[in-house]
Ligand binder design. Structure first.
Ligand SMILES: NCc1[nH]cc(CCC(=O)O)c1CC(=O)O
Length: 319
């Protein structure tokens, strides 16, 4: 895309990682801002910042040190004032942000569900999506949550580590290294790859990660100017739902090695929530289903997190 240089310096500097998914999300936030304010293309500068996490490809994320690895350099740029906003997948954000930073808004949430990806051209079976997997099938994922839920539903499956960017993962399914993988439908869709979703897993028996499908905008706490500019693009319902989920996760967050799912859905007055914690091998799972008034959404999320924590054996939290 060609773009004439702006006459004026940009009004906002937006930071993002450089992966195709991150860039799509950053451009979605930029485009929403341009549209809401009637700005010229150059008014929001997109700055690509490489993070420590981008360099790690060979180990499970949880082993390498967790979610913060994908946000650290962006957060430093935000604190230093080199950028005004950082755009992330809400799912990839640690529950505790660095001092002085907040999640200032979210784009309207996309489909929250996970999809089963089979080799290109292979048709799924009718019926339950997981019925497409033959006994003992080798399924690749780097997500403890997906692994545990898969094994809970299908103890026969051979679940193994599959990391790398989306193209790498799809390649390892197409070349037969794996029989299938699971990916967020939202990520596939953002990259124009929704046709690779062979079947979509219903949230009734497969819970997404906290924040899945939502694009989060991180800002400096107390930056009223940026907050005012974000207000017209931020989706309130998404913000409430993800706040509930993140409050729940923050109460539970003993270890990033614990498989945890959670989904909040809000209507005009009610928040409905389901959460699940599993043993990594799927042999035990703990679930809560709750609802409450929207006005207390975040406090409810914390409450449900503590309730869940009381239900689950302490050993599951990495103790
Ligand atoms: N952990 C990587 C990641 N972070 C966000 C998404 C998908 C987009 C989203 O959930 O918003 C993905 C890929 C995946 O889990 O398949």
């Amino acid at each position: 895309m060609t773009q004439s240089l702006p006459q004026e310096p940009p009004r906002l500097k937006l930071g993002t990682r450089g992966s195709p998914l991150a860039l799509w999300q950053a451009h979605a936030v930029r485009d929403a801002l341009l549209k809401a304010h009637g700005w010229e293309a150059g008014a929001v500068a997109v700055e690509v910042i490489r993070t420590t996490g981008d360099a790690i490809t060979d180990r499970a994320l949880a082993q390498a040190g967790g979610k913060g690895l994908f946000t650290k350099e962006l957060e430093e740029a935000l604190i230093d004032g080199r950028i005004d906003l950082a755009v992330h997948s809400a799912k990839d954000m640690a529950t505790r942000l660095p001092e002085g930073l907040i999640l200032g808004g979210y784009l309207p949430r996309a489909d929250v569900r996970d999809a089963l990806v089979l080799p290109a051209g292979q048709a799924p079976h009718e019926g339950h999506p997981l019925a497409s997997l033959k006994r003992g099938a080798r399924v690749g994922t780097a997500s403890l949550r997906r692994e545990a839920q898969l094994r809970r539903l299908r103890p026969d499956l051979d679940v193994a580590l599959l990391r790398g960017n989306l193209q790498t993962r799809l390649g390892k399914v197409d070349d037969g290294t794996f029989d299938a993988t699971l990916l967020a439908l939202a990520g596939l869709t953002r990259l124009g790859l929704q046709a690779r979703a062979s079947a979509v897993l219903g949230t009734a028996d497969f819970l997404p990660a906290v924040g899945q499908g939502a694009v989060a905008i991180e800002t400096r706490a107390g930056d009223d100017e940026v907050a005012a500019l974000l207000a017209p693009v931020a989706c309130g319902r998404t913000g409430l739902a993800v706040s509930v989920e993140r409050a729940y996760l923050a109460e539970l967050d003993g270890s990033c090695r614990t498989p945890i799912g959670g989904l909040a859905e809000v209507d005009d007055e009610t928040v409905r929530f389901r959460g699940m914690v599993l043993k990594p091998d799927g042999s035990a799972s703990y679930e809560i289903v709750r609802q409450g008034p929207l006005g207390e959404a975040e406090a409810l999320g914390r409450h449900w997190g503590r309730e869940m924590k009381r239900m689950v054996p302490a050993g599951l939290f990495g103790g």
